[in-house]
Design a protein around this ligand. Structure first.
Ligand SMILES: Cc1cc2nc3c(=O)[nH]c(=O)nc-3n(C[C@H](O)[C@H](O)[C@H](O)COP(=O)(O)OP(=O)(O)OC[C@H]3O[C@@H](n4cnc5c(N)ncnc54)[C@H](O)[C@@H]3O)c2cc1C
Ligand code: FES
Length: 278
């Protein structure tokens, strides 16, 4: 196998592919919560993806990628055997699960990529977590079987009820907390709005909540300032200080406005890839 070769690729949900990439130096060191920055080809932009799984013996790292724009569409066109130009990592800080006994993992959409290795790690340490997995509809549910295997209690919920219960992840989080399940921590990962909503619920119950901030990134090393967020009134950089932060301290309004700062340029980029630019 060649360095950064795509050794397997499978579609897990609508416009979501899992790629297994041969990257022994990343596989050797990566842990749950960390991410890589890859370039599809030599002209490509650098984009971050969570380390979703790894096999140290074989030297592979798995990422789960949702097609949303230029680079993720380019990646979707790759085939098994193709080589990525770059696959740099592991970056960011690993998840610290050591301080908590009873953990609730909440994943929304592609957030499953972050809570999946956490669930596996806790299972391997004989302290399986409870998991709430949410998606817009059945076509976007990922790793359901795996979560069932690796967690203590599994709750599936979709916006339209096409799989599992109908509703939002916050409905289940609230029910569990109202029942008095004594969680030491909730890890909530998904779209900004979902993480903010979970934090609003857990704040009412005084349960410590960790979120993973997927801010726009360029260098991933703390130099460019692109991933700047405010946490507890202080400036933080998601790439080197995170990506996980105390959700009750994150300034979500600022994070939401920074997340859309390049939207027009990104649209133009996609039009060029599709050959529909005016
Ligand atoms: C630490 C970290 C871990 C991540 N892990 C994953 C992962 O495991 N799987 C995955 O599919 N994605 C993940 N992302 C998001 C991923 O990096 C973006 O979806 C990707 O960069 C989009 O590139 P693009 O060129 O295809 O889209 P662009 O053309 O750049 O953007 C298309 C649309 O996606 C939105 N977008 C761009 N970047 C992000 C972002 N960082 N977060 C949310 N929306 C974004 C844009 O605002 C725009 O609406 C992660 C991001 C970070 C910072
Ligand atoms: S991505 Fe440049 S500072 Fe974080």
């Amino acid at each position: 196998m060649e360095k950064y070769e795509i050794v397997s690729k499978r579609t897990l949900a609508d416009r979501v592919n899992e790629y297994v990439v041969y990257a022994p130096s990343v596989a050797r060191h990566c842990l749950a919560g960390q991410f890589v920055i890859l370039r599809v080809d030599d002209d490509g932009e650098r984009v971050p993806f969570t380390v979703c799984d790894y096999d140290r013996a074989v030297g592979t790292v798995s990422i789960l990628v949702q097609e949303v724009g230029y680079t993720t569409m380019k990646l979707a066109e790759t085939k098994v055997g193709d080589r990525l130009a770059d696959f740099v990592g592991p970056l960011g800080n690993p998840t610290d699960l050591s301080a908590y006994k009873r953990i609730l993992l909440v994943g929304g959409g592609i957030g499953a990529a972050v809570i999946y290795p956490q669930a596996k790690q806790l299972f391997s340490e004989n302290r399986a977590a409870d998991v709430v997995l949410g998606a817009r509809n059945v076509s976007l549910v990922m790793y359901e079987e795996e979560f069932r295997k690796y967690c203590k209690n599994f709750h599936l919920i979709t916006d339209d009820g096409s799989s599992g219960r109908k509703g939002f992840v916050t409905d289940i989080v609230r029910e569990l907390l109202e029942k008095g399940v004594g969680y030491d921590a909730v890890f909530a990962v998904g779209p900004l709005g979902m993480m903010r909503a979970v934090c609003n619920v857990t704040r009412e119950f005084g349960v410590h909540t960790v979120v993973s901030m997927n801010s726009l990134m360029v260098d991933g090393t703390g130099m460019c300032g692109c991933c700047r967020i405010t946490v507890g009134g202080k400036i933080r950089y998601a790439c080197i200080d995170g990506p996980e932060f105390d959700g009750h301290e994150v300034d979500f309004d600022e994070a939401a406005s920074r997340a859309v700062m390049y939207r027009e340029a990104e649209k133009e980029h996609v039009c060029r890839l599709r050959g529909t630019a005016k």
